[in-house]
Design a protein around this ligand. Structure first.
Ligand code: A3P
Length: 290
C-alpha cells in the first residue's frame, strides 16, 4: 500500500505520509521488530509539538544536568529518530540508557513497547499552534516542490495530507491505546506554563533522581531563549540540503496561542467544528492560549 503523493518528497505507507528521502517502507517495517531494552526511553510526538524541546530535556536529564560527554553532540544524535536514521547510527551497540525519538503512530512503533518494555514519553500540543508551526516549518524543508499558502496548507493539515498525516489520528491513537504502553503523557502547554514541574515529572517517570541544582540547570538550558542560542539544540546543525534556514528558523516563536496571529475567524470556526467532531470521544483538554 505504497502511494505516490502529488508531492514526491513524501510517500504514504500503512496510512502515514513519510519523508521519502530519509526512510522507506522497508525501514518502517523493520522498526516494528526493533529489540527494545527496558532502559530505553522513546520520545513520541506529532511534528511541531515540542519534539526538539523534549529531546533537549531528556538528554540533559541523562547527563546529570550538564553536558559532560555530550558537549559536542547535537540533539538529534543524542536522541535520534528511530524511523529516520539520518546519521546511520548503530542502535544495537549504543550504550544504555538509549534515548530515541519517533513520530510514528501507535501501531507502527517497535512491538516490544507493547509488551511494556521500555518507556514512552508522548508530548502533545494544541493542534492550532501545531498547524501554524507546521506551516512555517514547511517553508524551510528542502525538497517540497509545492509550497502552499496558509489556507491550502490548513486544508491539507486537517485532511492529513502532510508529513505524519493527521494530527487527530496520531493523538487519538496514542491516547486511546495508552494502556498498552508504559507511557507518560505531557503537553507542550504544561511545559510552557511550568517547565520545572514538567522536568520533574519526566525525571520521576524515567527513574532519575537529580539534585536541585541539576534540575535548575536543565530548566535553564531548556528555555526557548537559551535553546535558540544553543547551536547543538536549535537544529542549525542540520545540513543545508535538509533545511533552508534562509526561509526561517526551527525555533521560531515558542509560544502558546500564536495561531491567533494567522487564523481568520472563518478558519477558526471551521477548525473548531472539525476538532469537535474528530475529538468528541476523547477526554483531552488543550490549552489554546496562555
Ligand atoms: P513554533 O514554530 O510555534 O515556534 P518540534 O520540535 O516538534 O518540531 O516542534 C517545534 C516547535 O517547538 C516550534 O514551535 C519551536 O519553536 C518550539 N520549541 C522548541 N524548543 C522550545 C522551547 N524550549 N520552548 C518553547 N517552544 C519550543
Amino acid at each position: 500500500d505504497v502511494n505516490e503523493n502529488d508531492d514526491r518528497f513524501m510517500f504514504k505507507y500503512r496510512g502515514i505520509y513519510f519523508q521519502a528521502t530519509y526512510t522507506s517502507p522497508q525501514t518502517i517495517d523493520s522498526v516494528q521488530d526493533f529489540e527494545v531494552k527496558d532502559s530505553d526511553v522513546f520520545l513520541v510526538t506529532f511534528p511541531k509539538s515540542g519534539t526538539v524541546w523534549t529531546q533537549q530535556i531528556l538528554s540533559l536529564i541523562f547527563n546529570e544536568g550538564h553536558r559532560n560527554g555530550t558537549e559536542k553532540i547535537d540533539n538529534m544524535s543524542r536522541v535520534p529518530w528511530i524511523e529516520y536514521n539520518l546519521y546511520q547510527i548503530d542502535y544495537d551497540s549504543r550504550p544504555s540508557p538509549r534515548l530515541f525519538t519517533s513520530h510514528l503512530p501507535y501501531y507502527l512503533v517497535p512491538k516490544d513497547l507493547k509488551n511494556k518494555k521500555g518507556k514512552i514519553i508522548y508530548v502533545a500540543r494544541n493542534p492550532k499552534d501545531v498547524a501554524v508551526s507546521y506551516y512555517h516549518f514547511y517553508k524551510i524543508i528542502v525538497g517540497i516542490t509545492q509550497k502552499k499558502d496558509w489556507e491550502s496548507f490548513l486544508d491539507d493539515y486537517l485532511s492529513g495530507k502532510v508529513l505524519c498525516s493527521s494530527w487527530f489520528d496520531h493523538v487519538k491513537g496514542w491516547y486511546n491505546h495508552q494502556e498498552d504502553f508504559n507511557i507518560l503523557f505531557l503537553t507542550y502547554e504544561e511545559m510552557k506554563k511550568d517547565l520545572r514541574s514538567a522536568v520533574l515529572k519526566i525525571c520521576r517517570f524515567v527513574g532519575k533522581e537529580l539534585k536541585e541544582l541539576e534540575v535548575e540547570a536543565i530548566v535553564e538550558k531548556a528555555t526557548f531563549h537559551n535553546m535558540k542560542q544553543d547551536p547543538l539544540a536549535n537544529y542549525t546543525f542540520v545540513a543545508e540540503d535538509i533545511f533552508d534556514f534562509n526561509k526561517g528558523t526551527f525555533l521560531r516563536r515558542g509560544a502558546v496561542g500564536d495561531w491567533k496571529n494567522l487564523m481568520t475567524v472563518a478558519q477558526n470556526e471551521k477548525f473548531d467544528k472539525f476538532y469537535n467532531e474528530k475529538m468528541k470521544d476523547v477526554p483531552m483538554n488543550f490549552t489554546w492560549d496562555i
